[in-house]
Design a protein around this ligand. Structure first.
Ligand code: SF4
Ligand code: ZN
Ligand code: ZN
Length: 320
């Protein structure tokens, strides 16, 4: 099939836009849309130093490349944060992921920080899997949010960019409707302003389909880890997995389904739920960071207590 914009051979069909694109025109189309979204949702308005969370996968490495270009145009600084989660399971998953992240930082000349969870926080995700009685992806997600927020703030960033793509956000929106969970829908934001002790967080890829990110990464030779995390099959549990697969099947039948779901949520529904009362956060008596539960110890410190890495008598400066 020929490209809809020139005589070259098309490498991808974009069903919801009813176009075929060659490599050059796909790159142009993909990057222009990224810039349009950033502008429309004022994603980096006021940002001067942006921390990019890079796991080494296709989404985050692509985001790093896109932000590296955009930061020069918009005049903000970027730097990368990669967490070595200590996921091994005989496959060396975390070490390989970190290697891919570093390859991208070095190729682009982007400053970065590798956080070794085991060295800096005293445990690995594999260890938590065996000792904590909660789904491992829930522990891992909570850990990543805590560490990224803390490290980005310490490094002087005013914004933290994460690589959630359209498929991720569509799943979250759909599950929010499914459960009637207005609070979780209200918390889903493209731009979460800095408040209540948290840094500003942004999701610049929230309208970009996963398949297009994969295509962009492959045709531009962006190095990324192909392997899935050995814990992946547990993500979200069976119902959430089924919902994700159903959404992707729906996308095949009704091109643009996910885009409509997420864009209409953001543009038309979100203004109606902005008034949902915010969580009243306390201050963790161990680390001093915000707590979003009724206790005086945050969920991350609670995990470290369960793993015997710290005790309930530990104070903010680390002494007993
Ligand atoms: Fe963490 Fe689960 Fe993702 Fe693996 S699949 S990196 S354990 S959240
Ligand atoms: Zn073309
Ligand atoms: Zn804490």
């Amino acid at each position: 099939m020929k490209c809809s914009k020139c005589d070259e051979k098309a490498i991808i069909k974009i069903p919801y836009a009813n176009i075929y694109l060659c490599k050059e025109h796909f790159n142009e189309w993909f990057e222009n849309r990224f810039e349009r979204i950033v502008k429309k949702y004022k994603i980096f308005e006021g940002s001067k130093k942006v921390a990019v969370a890079v796991s080494g996968g296709k989404d985050s490495t692509t985001l790093l490349h896109l932000l590296n270009k955009l930061s020069k145009k918009l005049g903000f600084e970027i730097f990368g944060i990669t967490i070595d989660l200590g996921i091994d399971m005989g496959k060396g998953y975390s070490s390989k992921s970190v290697e891919f992240a570093i390859k991208n930082y070095e190729a682009l000349g982007v400053r970065y920080r590798i956080v070794k969870l085991n060295e800096e926080y005293g445990f690995t995700i594999d260890e938590a899997k065996h000792k904590i009685r909660r789904p491992i992806c829930s522990t891992c997600g909570l850990t990543k949010r805590y560490v990224l927020d803390e490290v980005a703030s310490k490094e002087g960033a005013d914004t933290l960019a994460t690589a959630h793509n359209l498929n991720d956000v569509a799943q979250y929106v759909f599950i929010g409707y499914f459960n009637g969970d207005v609070n979780s829908l209200a918390r889903l934001r493209v731009v979460s302003p800095a408040e209540l002790g948290y840094i500003k967080k942004v999701k610049p890829l929230f309208l970009t389909p996963e398949k297009e990110i994969m295509t962009y990464a492959l045709i531009n030779n962006i190095p990324f880890i192909y392997d899935s995390c050995p814990h992946t099959f547990r993500v979200g549990g069976p119902t959430q997995d089924k919902i994700r697969r159903s959404l992707e099947e729906m996308e095949d039948k009704i091109p643009g389904f996910m885009l409509n779901l997420v864009q209409n949520f953001e543009d038309k529904i979100r203004p109606w739920i902005n008034d949902v009362p915010k969580l009243t956060l306390g201050k963790c008596k161990i680390c001093g960071r915000p707590t979003n539960n009724d206790r005086d110890i945050c969920s991350f410190c609670a995990i470290r207590i369960k793993l015997n890495k710290i005790s309930t008598n530990t104070t903010i400066n680390g002494s007993e």
